[in-house]
Write a protein of this length. Structure first.
Lengths: 322, 62
């Protein structure tokens, strides 16, 4: 069958994707160029990276992190990957395979950490042991291990694949609660401080439809399946709500988030406790923390002693606050 | 073929990508459509001989 005829805005060749927020269609070549331009624009505007940075990319095996790693390599950055085995059953097994295959095919370095092998627990067990939603222990574990790997590996910047939809959904949730503390630190760049690496989000100008299309057009085999423990979480509810608005008014998500950064975030400077709290070393692991025992060590101490819990026992329990 | 969860359905006749998504009740903003292995835009025509994958793009964002 022949396409009905939408044309690339740039070259008038046959389009492969329609982007209502740009009121345009694009062929593969010019869509990929558009994506790269958006990433470069984010990197330059927010001063995320310099050409001399040694970059560590947090890699999950999903579309966002693999697209990000691919784009950064194309742009000439020196970027290694970090994969954390979360122990979420088949989902984690498959995600690891995608991350490893991507790295091997391109001759890139992938550092691996396993929660079960290295720390004696996994995310389903942490959820049960801490009596928190799975996303809570997962986020705590990943943040700590990302920071640790970046600092110990001598990386100057830790890069994550949070996209425009992710950031808009978090902003939506924080705004619904007028959570000034969280709003004040929802920035695409967090500078290095007191034992924390610099952290940046170069995909904040790309939607997840666009990062998925990048992977398809670049032949990147990513994990399409959703995390079984995220099903039903509020983050997905917020995304669905924003996509309903986007369908009626294309460009709303980008305006909501990017105008927040431009107009609102400057007014919130200094409202984050993270900017004023004094940090000291965790008595167990030495990581920077505001309390005696850091959040990660609290998760480990409760979870490592707990009998392993299979993921099937916790399916669809991700209905927590983010 | 639809994903998350994976299932297969048969759809008769010709229709556009956008019409198929509407028929299935799936938002355009959160799905991509791959026809015979190639990404296609919303106005592309899908016929009875085509193999079509409807791929969701939303992730938990954790």
């Amino acid at each position: 069958m022949v396409a009905a005829g939408s044309k690339c805005r740039t070259c008038r060749g046959p389009a492969v994707i329609d982007l209502p927020r740009h009121n345009a269609n694009f062929c593969a070549e010019h869509f990929l160029e558009l994506c790269k331009r958006q990433v470069v624009k984010a990197i330059d505007h927010f001063e995320m990276l310099s050409s001399t940075d040694k970059v560590l990319v947090a890699v999950s095996g999903g579309k966002d992190s693999l697209a990000l790693w691919d784009i950064l390599i194309q742009l000439g950055y020196q970027a290694d990957g970090l994969y954390i085995g979360l122990g979420i059953g088949d989902y984690s097994e498959t995600s690891g395979q995608h991350a490893r295959a991507f790295a091997e095919e391109r001759g890139l370095r992938l550092i691996e950490v396993s929660l079960r092998a290295d720390y004696g627990y996994d995310i389903p067990t942490a959820a049960r042991a801490t009596r928190r939603v799975p996303c809570s222990g997962c986020g705590t574990s990943k943040r700590h291990l990302f920071d640790k790997a970046a600092i110990e590996g001598g990386y100057s910047v830790l890069v994550t694949g949070h996209n425009l939809d992710d950031e808009a959904a978090v902003l939506f949730g924080n705004t619904l609660r007028w959570d000034v503390e969280y709003l004040a630190r929802q920035l695409p760049v967090l500078p290095a401080r007191d034992g924390f690496p610099k952290k940046v989000k170069p995909l904040v100008r790309l939607t997840e439809r666009e990062t998925a299309a990048w992977c398809i057009l670049r032949g990147i085999d990513y994990l399409v399946d959703e995390c079984p423990m995220a099903v039903g979480n509020k983050h997905l509810t917020y995304k669905a709500a924003l996509n309903s608005i986007e369908a009626e008014s294309p460009g709303s998500k980008a305006a909501f988030y990017l105008n927040f950064l431009e107009n609102m975030a400057p007014l919130l400077q200094g409202h984050s406790a993270a900017s004023t709290d004094s940090l000291h070393e965790c008595r167990q692991c030495g990581a920077p923390t505001t309390v005696e025992l850091c959040a990660f060590c609290r998760v480990v101490s409760k979870s490592a002693a707990h009998e392993p819990v299979p993921v099937e026992m916790l399916m669809g329990k991700g209905r927590g606050r983010r | 073929m639809l994903r998350n969860p994976r299932r297969e359905i048969d759809v008769d006749g010709h229709r556009s990508v956008n019409a198929l998504l509407a028929h299935l009740g799936l938002p355009r903003e959160s799905h991509l459509v791959i026809r015979n292995g190639t990404l296609v835009p919303g106005d592309a025509d899908l016929g009875p001989d085509d193999t079509v994958e409807v791929r969701p793009v939303i992730s938990g964002g954790c």
